[in-house]
Design a protein around this ligand. Structure first.
Ligand code: HSE
Length: 378
């Protein structure tokens, strides 16, 4: 028999559960039965006192996410509320002595010494060491980084990589829920404007193109959030400029991947991050400079076994189109890696393409799994 203490339910505070990542997280927690065995407490920054979502434990009211003592009553806090709330809440909570586990989707704390960037299929050992050493702060990685590592991280862990470039194809969801709506509104505007031309099979392609071009340039084209047309176009800029000319999204690729894997010395990772008109799955094309000529079959075997969610897609057209696209993986935990081949630059140069759902492995899933792991570790 365990002691009463062992059987005490952990009180888990959930903040930012209404947003897109939070909603995906709650869905996954329901599916996986994560609410069984915990006492969930829902917080709100604006609707304290209203009814909390029913997760099978009866009615409860939302608590105030600005109330530090209510937050401090939790054993663990899981937040998808965003970086501003983290910055305004976390330091005060720690300063008043709260020593519970803080699990965070936002980037604000990622590079702090006390924080572990969690991606347990890749760095569970590092997470365990941090927990033993008193670690209490766990942060989900940048979506593009987590998805790249779920696909290709094993190459780094095996010590095969000298450097890597990643050219990304990032979905609208990474910019936020309203941006997804704007993308569809853009598609709709293009379709509406071109409808009569499209309905006429005799319309020449160049005529259709002129109409689409006119729509993209029209003053009524809905682009307030992206700042430019994304539908029928691509945007070669994500986040803010860094001093070296990279964007912050590109900078994260290097610093976060190296931190997650604990690489010493660091392996250079750089590239170009681009927004495309996919809805919620990020893809990326990478060039890997291997440390030596490693046979392609060894690389494929390593990747295929690297995580239960990673699969190697044969380098053929039919399977690449049916299994290696945002459309194919959206809404799933699958991380396909394909287009694997040695490049013309030499046998140490590997090309690959990988894709994954930005809201699942890119955001909610590492947090959900960290919560579960912490509960099971205590
Ligand atoms: N920064 C990412 C993007 C979102 O803009 O796609 C998640 O890290």
């Amino acid at each position: 028999m365990g002691s009463l203490e062992e059987y005490k339910m952990k009180r888990v505070g959930l903040v930012g559960w209404r947003g897109m990542v939070g909603s995906v997280l709650l869905d996954r927690m329901r599916i996986e039965g994560d609410f069984e065995g915990i006492e969930p407490v829902f917080f709100s920054t604006s609707q304290a006192g209203q009814v909390a979502p029913d997760v099978g434990q009866g009615d409860a009211l939302l608590l105030d996410a600005g109330d530090l003592s209510a937050l401090a009553s939790c054993d663990l806090i899981l937040t998808c509320q965003g970086g501003d709330w983290t910055k305004s809440t976390y330091p005060g909570l720690r300063a008043q002595g709260w020593s519970g586990h803080w699990i965070d989707a936002a980037s604000a704390l990622r590079m702090a010494n006390e924080a572990v960037i969690v991606l347990d299929p890749l760095n569970l050992e590092g997470m365990k060491q941090a927990l033993s050493a008193g670690g209490r702060t766990w942060v989900g990685g940048n979506c593009t980084v987590s998805l790249m590592l779920m696909g290709l991280g094993a190459l780094f862990q095996r010590g095969w990589v000298q450097w890597m470039t990643s050219m990304t194809y990032q979905a609208a969801s990474g910019a936020g829920a309203r941006n997804m709506r704007e993308l569809v509104a853009q598609m709709n505007k293009i379709g509406d404007d071109a409808k009569s031309l499209l309905d006429d099979p005799a319309t020449a392609a160049l005529t259709l193109d002129s109409q689409v071009s006119a729509s993209l340039k029209s003053r009524t084209f809905p682009a307030a959030l992206f700042g430019a047309p994304l539908a029928a176009s691509v945007l070669p800029w994500i986040d803010t400029l860094q001093p070296d000319g990279s964007t912050r999204e590109e900078w994260k690729g290097h610093v976060e991947a190296n931190k997650i894997l604990g690489l010493q010395p660091e392996v250079p990772i750089d590239g170009l991050c681009v927004r495309v008109g996919a809805m919620r799955s990020h893809a990326q094309a990478v060039t890997v400079k291997l440390n030596r000529d490693i046979p392609l079959a060894d690389i494929e075997a390593l990747l295929a076994e690297s995580t239960p969610w990673t699969s190697v897609i044969p380098n053929d057209k039919a399977q690449s189109l049916s299994r290696l696209t945002p459309a194919a993986v959206s809404g799933t935990l699958d991380i396909p890696v394909g287009r694997l081949r040695k490049l013309r630059m030499g046998p140490e140069f590997l090309g690959a393409f990988t894709v994954g759902d930005q809201l699942l492995w890119g955001a909610a899933e590492p947090l959900r799994r960290t919560l579960r792991w912490l509960l099971e570790s205590n």
